[in-house]
Design a protein around this ligand. Structure first.
Ligand code: MEV
Length: 318
């Protein structure tokens, strides 16, 4: 064909970020209301061109922060059997890659993984080829390694998941959600670099191995135990676990004053609990609400505490 299309949704980690890098289990959900879209159109002179909000022009002139995207485009076209487009060989067709995303960048919501997944799907759609889950995972991981060094793979799995999952060491299993889980999300408006956050936990672990491993183990226990609470639809227990996880993430150095203030505001507004989600240092907070109306109230309180934007996500019972 002349044109391929692909899309992928955002993700949020409920429990286990950072500890998951060291093999601990983590719990994550798809966030369908935020998506990345990619189209690849074959045609024009040999070479790849990109159209995106960050940059428009030939791939060779793309800024450094687009390197994971360029990696995803080249690797996906190669794996889809369209290597001649990727390599821009003389006489080959060119390709125009258009990327659009409503997922805020560097906010712990899996934007880089979702963009890579959308590109992989567009490349296989263009080739008219079947894209299996493992190939998709590999392609997203290839881009994620460029984006942040040592990705656990949880983002790559969750942007392709259709429901809540437990993730450990690359493998996923669906988990049961016993009652709809209503979450208020807040974006601090500040980017948090996953590479920097993961690097700072690693540095802390080198300096203070015993105490850091104890904290990471506790994050693992909280994640594992949350599976029962989520299955039972026990909102109070899920919230309490989130607040404890946030306190530990603060101690491993990946929170910020702004995140702490937003978490405190959510709890003061009656959330059962709240925590940062994703890499931290900036990015987003999630808080457990008792109803959609309550989530809106918590959102207002989080905006009063300085959140740039808030929204409500309902994880359906499943
Ligand atoms: C990023 O969404 C989650 C981290 O645990 C990093 C990773 O798992 O690759 C911080």
């Amino acid at each position: 064909g002349r044109r391929g299309e692909g899309a992928a949704h955002a993700k949020a980690i409920l429990f286990g970020e950072h500890a998951v890098v060291y093999g601990a289990p983590a719990i994550a959900i798809p966030v369908d209301s935020l998506t990345a879209q990619a189209t690849i159109e074959r045609g024009g002179p040999a070479g790849l061109r990109i159209v995106s909000s960050l940059y428009t022009g030939p791939v060779d002139g793309a800024p450094a922060r687009l390197t994971p995207v360029v990696t995803a485009i080249r690797a996906s076209l190669e794996r889809a059997g369209l290597g001649e487009l990727a390599r821009g060989e003389a006489g080959a067709d060119g390709a125009l890659v258009t990327i659009a995303s409503s997922i805020p960048h560097e906010r712990g919501l899996g934007s880089s993984a979702a963009v890579a997944a959308a590109i992989a799907r567009a490349a296989f759609d263009l080739a008219g080829a079947e894209l299996d889950g493992e190939t998709l995972f590999d392609l997203v991981q290839t881009a994620e390694r460029v984006a942040h060094g040592k990705p656990s793979g949880i983002d790559a799995r969750t942007v392709a998941a259709t429901g809540a999952i437990r993730f450990t060491r690359g493998a996923v299993a669906p988990i049961r959600i016993g009652a709809p889980l209503i979450l208020a999300f807040a974006d601090t408006g500040h980017p948090g670099s996953t590479a920097q956050a993961v690097g700072s936990v690693q540095a802390l672990r080198e300096r203070e191995p015993a105490s850091t491993d104890a904290l990471l183990s506790r994050l693992a226990e909280i994640a594992e135990h949350s599976i029962e609470d989520l299955a039972a639809g026990d909102r109070a227990a899920v919230g309490a676990a989130m607040s404890e996880a946030h306190a530990i993430l603060h101690r491993v150095g990946v929170s910020s004053d702004h995140l702490d203030a937003i978490v405190a505001a959510a709890c003061a507004a009656g959330a059962s609990g709240a925590k940062l989600t994703g890499g931290g240092l900036g990015g987003c907070v999630i808080a457990v609400a008792s109803s959609t109306a309550h989530a809106e109230q918590i959102g207002a309180a989080m905006r009063d505490a300085g959140a740039e934007r808030t929204w409500t996500v309902e994880v359906p019972a499943a």
